[in-house]
Design a protein around this ligand. Structure first.
Ligand code: 3H9
Length: 660
């Protein structure tokens, strides 16, 4: 190996057996920042002009090949050379260029690899074009070169879903040419040496395989429908399906589309979400604090919520012991959990070996003392203070003093539950969302006396469960339900002021919520919220505005979809507007002397979004939420707020209609 030459601060190279091995070292993820592009360009020029260089290998330092373009540069003035220009130089080089994928090759990283003349990957690497998740399309050839390599249908799937594939799948699809064990760079060097002086396989010169246009049209229509108004997936469909045209034409179109989307509000929102997710794991007071080790999790209460948590925990590799009141009830819980695992098996999310292993790690009991060896215990019993306090007192006596106790309460005060135990410092809240094995959000509740390493344990276990943990302080409903209450209250004010449920729902769905608020109520059932309102009636501020419409619906037996009627009617299960509901609403308005007025969709949205953001302000001022981004993540991952709008705090920065 020759001496190392630095082509820039982040790109260096050394010659090995006549091949220039170029290494990108731009921590943390080797993003193609301006300095990397500069260094690469210079290294390529050196390779082209040096008579003692026969080929090039491009690889990354650390565990990533290239994580993509540098997202932090988006929105700043462009710096030459552009990534597409550098990538074109790779493809055009007269000497063989081999990509040695030492780790993830994502976005611009995969685009670099696609332009190389050969791709060898380590077995641990993943490849993908996740740009649509950032509201953009691949902007450095991905939409044009990937179909040339793997065909339009497979490229459509990968680019419009943004999913990454592991090395094996990348090989079978034809994205990479070889999986290399051991000295990856050494193998890449010998491949480059073998290709020297031979005709090179340039991806851009390949022809896109011909496919049945009706098949493509069917797939495209499905993708567009799923995108719910987002621009990037639709643009990606257009670019990929038209990739059979001359490369230069496709690349020009792709670049213009990329730039247009990159500067859009939608992309700014999704970038905000990306960085907010990374920020959320930085929690005040936890620097340098190690979580307690967790291998065995106890779950108390094996209803829907407890079973969902159990499935998530089994999937993460934990041993799970479920506790319920009697052996019979516990056995029912066991059946429910196994039923969920069977569904995963049937859908292909789990293979037989995985199913068997997970089932073998599950046991149930009706004896508290069987939880003695658990490291973390999560309760998901009925949301009643006395029930939870009784359970925590019992557990406190039988579990190890260093075991962590978590409550899944939605509305109760976890400080009161903690205070009932001998070790309140080991108590925290882990508020899962239903169905717990599907929903990504977990609110991690830092109680008044939660020890830092207990909080760290909750965060690390939630992450291992592949959840997005967001820390919240103690308040009624925590971050999500407090914002949701403010949103619901405003929606009910709107009803009294003149809007109808279907008008509010239409505005929300057009904005990007998967379902309007009143349709969601009907689906969930109206009785639980009604019971809560009745409990709170005595302590309600009599001077505060209170909308009785929901109570009137419940009194009339309209409990939602299950009872065939709620905010809508459901003859034959299909949701329709019910004039009876309109009459109830009109009567409520008349009772208060409210003269209804018309609300446009924009006005409806503005009021609802502002109500959410104002509650968010209060949560920040009270120190319940640490950052606006945390609030946005809670609403996106727990309440259906469209991620491409960035969450209620981000959405407020500009009015909802200002999309560019
Ligand atoms: C693109 O490529 C466009 C092109 O088609 C066209 C261009 C013309 N840029 O996730 P982690 C930071 S668009 C800047 O915790 P992991 C991240 O903020 C891009 N920074 O690590 C964090 O910073 P901090 C397409 C980035 O090991 C730190 O790195 N690519 C970027 O769990 C660690 O991140 C993608 O969308 C970036 N591209 O996972 C891939 N990526 O420490 C996005 C990360 O200050 N990235 N950072 O909080 C990922 O999926 C993961 O980061 C990755 C590593 C799998 C790479």
């Amino acid at each position: 190996m020759s001496e190392t030459t630095a082509f820039s601060a982040t790109v260096s190279a050394a010659t090995r057996d006549g091949v220039l091995v170029v290494t990108i070292d731009n921590a943390p993820v080797n993003a193609t920042s301006a300095d990397v592009r500069n260094g690469l360009e210079k290294a390529l020029a050196r390779a082209e002009s040096s008579t003692d260089v026969n080929g090039v290998v491009i690889t990354g330092a650390g565990k990533t090949f290239i994580g993509g373009a540098d997202i932090k540069e988006f929105g700043k003035p462009a710096m030459e050379p552009t990534l597409p220009a550098v990538i074109q130089k790779i493809e055009d080089l007269s000497k063989p260029v081999v990509a040695a994928l030492n780790g993830a090759a994502l976005g611009g990283g995969l685009e670099v690899a696609l332009a190389c003349h050969y791709r060898i990957t380590s077995p641990a690497a993943q490849v993908g074009l996740p740009e649509v998740k950032l509201g953009i399309v691949p902007g450095a050839g991905g939409t044009q070169r990937l179909p040339r390599l793997i065909g339009i249908p497979a490229a459509l799937d990968l680019i419009t879903s943004g999913r990454s594939v592991k090395a094996e799948e990348a090989l079978s699809l034809g994205i990479v040419d070889e999986i290399g064990e051991g000295d990856l760079v050494g193998t890449a060097v010998s491949i480059a040496g073998k290709f020297a002086g031979k005709p090179l396989r340039r991806t851009g010169e390949l022809t896109v395989p011909v496919v049945d246009p009706t098949e493509i049209e069917k797939a495209s229509a499905k993708i567009r429908a799923k995108a719910r108004g987002q621009k990037a997936p639709a643009e990606a469909v257009r670019l990929v399906t038209s990739s059979a045209r001359p490369l230069a034409e496709g690349l020009t179109d792709e670049r213009a589309t990329f730039l247009m989307l990159r500067d859009s509000r939608e992309a700014a929102a999704l970038r905000h979400v990306f960085f907010a997710e990374r920020e959320a794991s930085k929690v005040d007071g936890l620097e340098g604090i190690a979580p307690r080790p967790v291998g065995r999790i106890g779950i108390c209460g094996l209803g829907l919520m407890g079973s969902g948590i159990a499935v998530a925990a089994l999937g993460a590799g934990y041993t799970v012991i479920g506790l319920d009141q009697t052996p019979d009830v516990a056995e029912k819980g066991h059946e429910r959990i196994v039923g969920l695992l069977e569904r995963n098996l049937a859908s292909g999310r789990l293979d037989q070996a995985g199913f068997d292993a997970q089932k073998a790690r599950l046991s149930v009991t009706a004896l508290d003392s069987d939880l003695a060896f658990c490291d973390l215990i999560i309760e998901a019993v009925f949301d009643d203070l006395d029930v939870k306090i009784d359970l925590f007192r019992r557990l406190d006596r039988v579990i190890r003093p260093d075991a962590v106790l978590a409550t899944n309460t939605s509305y109760l005060n976890p400080d009161e539950i903690a205070a009932a135990t001998a070790h309140p410092e080991r108590v925290l809240g882990l508020h899962f969302f239903s169905p717990a094995h599907v929903m990504r959000l977990v609110e991690v509740v830092r109680c008044a006396r939660t020890a830092p390493d207990v909080l760290a344990t909750g965060l690390s276990a939630a992450k291992k469960l592949r959840k997005l943990p967001i820390v919240t302080g103690v308040t009624e409903g925590f971050i999500g339900n407090r914002i949701f209450s403010a949103y619901r209250r405003e929606a009910e004010f709107l009803l009294e002021d003149g809007a109808l449920p279907h008008e509010i729902d239409a505005a929300l769905e057009e904005y990007g919520f998967p379902m309007g608020l009143f349709a969601v109520y009907d689906m969930a059932g109206l009785e639980i919220a009604w019971a809560r309102r009745k409990r709170q009636a005595a302590s309600r501020d009599p001077s505060a505005r209170y909308v009785e419409i929901a109570d009137t619906l419940c009194e009339a037996g309209r409990m939602g979809q299950k009872s065939g009627r709620g905010w809508y009617a459901y003859p034959d299960g299909k949701r329709i507007i019910d004039p009876e509901v309109t009459i109830i609403i009109e009567a409520a308005r008349a009772k208060k002397g409210i003269v209804p007025r018309h609300f446009s969709r924009d006005e409806i949205l503005k009021r609802l979004l502002e109500a959410m953001a104002m509650e968010g302000d209060a949560l920040l001022a009270q120190g319940i939420a640490a950052r606006p981004g945390d609030i946005d993540l809670v609403m996106i991952n727990g309440y259906g707020f469209p991620s491409h709008k960035g969450g209620p705090m981000f959405a407020r920065i500009e009015p909802p209609q200002s999309d560019t």
